[in-house]
Design a protein around this ligand. Structure first.
Ligand SMILES: Cc1ncc(COP(=O)(O)O)c(N)n1
Length: 443
């Protein structure tokens, strides 16, 4: 059995389940690593703010860290809420004792309101904890406090990162949720900066700092460079913010499982497209249905919004010596034509996530009719000038039929090959239909 890294989170508990230890455990587990934890404070908290906090006695924090470090092989840890100078100092001692590589999230207050750090502990954080840590991940407000600055621009954030690095820490990452959404990394060993670009996204952000720092520690534990880990951690948080669901009356919590679920959906979708392609490849007759321009089979993610969310064959499927020849791999964003057809159909019925285009002939349409498939069509001559043919044509055929038909065809136009599209719920279904049509077709 191969071992998986264990990440130790030394942080406070959020009874609301959005931030703190609860966020860290979900994040680390989602990334396939084992989360261990040492609780520093128990907060009575919800999405509206912190009601109270009970600090765990230092000896109990020490016992928790000793217990897991003496048993498990732990290299990377992260710290979150360390409310007092004593707790901060204790954690610094434990980091040294167990030779932990530490990512520090310098938690100071809860986003929804409530201080989580006593003022006098800021000095201990700066003087004792940062010198023994690897990375610190302040947001703009935290960077202002640590660097004693008022950051207004990305240039200011760079200066602040360098100021904070004077504590002796290797990397300072100023997260940019308040500036232009990019994150600034300062590497003090090599005196260089990296910028991780980003765009603002809508969604719940409670727990975003905790989620970022624990995903960063996880990616570092997996062996990624600081730049790679920071890019991937940002992506993890962005998916969590986009995927957040409101669970209270205040600031919505980041959904730490969104990244994992999206990944699972992507695997399911790619595998389905791959199985569909395999069916077409194995069919002896399918090559006879391949149009001059080639064909593609595509399968969309359930939440697909653009061709980037649709898996298809990168170089289409072409006819080569009477065989179906698959050119390239199956990837997201590989099709624009078939992807647009699916995206349009999904606006009417989101369960129709797949399509394959095949050659048009009256005989083939006749076979479809005999097979009992529902059929609709559009004519390129009627297309308004300001539209995209596949968006308009698919909509037209669906609206005339009053639901999504199995088959949408058009007879082509000047320089445009006539085409049939098979519509379906997944790539295996549409490939099966294509195979059955092919078996009945005598070219
Ligand atoms: C126990 C604990 N740790 C950290 C945070 C900060 O998270 P946020 O700033 O998103 O509220 C929190 N609210 N509670």
């Amino acid at each position: 059995m191969s071992k998986i890294p264990v990440i130790l989170s030394i942080a406070g508990s959020d009874s609301g389940g959005g931030a703190g230890i609860e966020a860290d455990i979900k994040t680390i587990a989602s990334l396939g690593l084992h989360p261990a934890c040492a609780i520093t404070s128990v907060t009575a908290q919800n999405t509206l703010g912190v009601r109270s906090a009970y600090d765990i006695p230092c000896n109990v924090i020490i016992e928790q860290v000793d217990a897991v470090c003496e048993d498990m092989d732990i290299t990377w840890a992260k710290s979150g809420m360390l409310s007092s100078s004593e707790i901060t100092s204790t954690v610094a001692d434990m980091v040294k004792k167990h030779k932990l590589k530490l990512v520090v999230d310098p938690v100071m207050s809860a986003e929804a309101g409530g201080d989580l750090l006593r003022k006098e502990a800021i000095r201990t954080l700066r003087d004792e904890l940062l010198p023994v840590a690897e990375v610190v991940t302040p947001n703009i407000n935290e960077a202002n406090t640590l660097a004693k600055m008022q950051i207004k621009t990305v240039e200011d954030a760079k200066i602040a990162a360098k100021v904070i690095s004077k504590t002796g820490i290797k990397y300072v990452i100023v997260t940019g949720g308040h500036l232009d959404a990019s994150d600034i990394i300062y590497d003090s060993c090599n005196d260089r900066y990296f910028t991780i670009p980003g765009t603002f996204v809508e969604g719940g952000t409670h727990g975003s700092g905790c989620t970022y720092s624990s995903s960063l520690a996880s990616y570092l534990a997996k062996g990624h460079s600081i730049e790679e880990a920071a890019r991937m951690a940002k992506e993890f948080v962005v998916e969590g913010i986009k995927g957040s669901v409101p669970v209270g009356k205040g600031v919505g919590p980041v959904n730490q499982l969104a990244w994992l679920l999206n990944n699972a959906e992507r695997c399911i979708t790619i595998n389905n497209a791959r199985d569909g392609v395999q069916l077409l490849k194995e069919s002896n007759a399918f090559a006879n249905l391949i149009p001059e321009v080639g064909c593609n089979i595509a399968m969309a993610l359930p939440s697909a919004k653009s061709p980037a969310d649709v898996a298809a064959v990168t170089g289409r499927i072409v006819k080569l010596k009477n065989n179906a020849h698959v050119v390239g791999d199956i990837e997201f964003g590989a099709s624009s034509h078939v992807a647009r057809i699916i995206l349009t159909a999904m606006k009417y019925d989101s369960s129709f996530k797949a399509s394959v285009n095949i050659k048009y002939s009256e005989a083939i349409v006749g076979i479809c009719r005999e097979m009992g498939l529902s059929i609709s069509s559009f004519s390129r001559e009627n297309e308004p000038s300001d539209t995209h043919t596949m968006d308009w044509g698919t909509s037209f055929a669906i609206e005339t039929f009053k639901s999504i038909p199995d088959i949408i065809y058009d007879k082509g136009g000047i320089g445009k090959e006539a085409m049939i599209r098979i519509m379906g719920k997944n790539a295996i279904d549409v490939a099966e239909t294509a195979r059955k049509i092919a078996e009945k077709y005598q070219p």
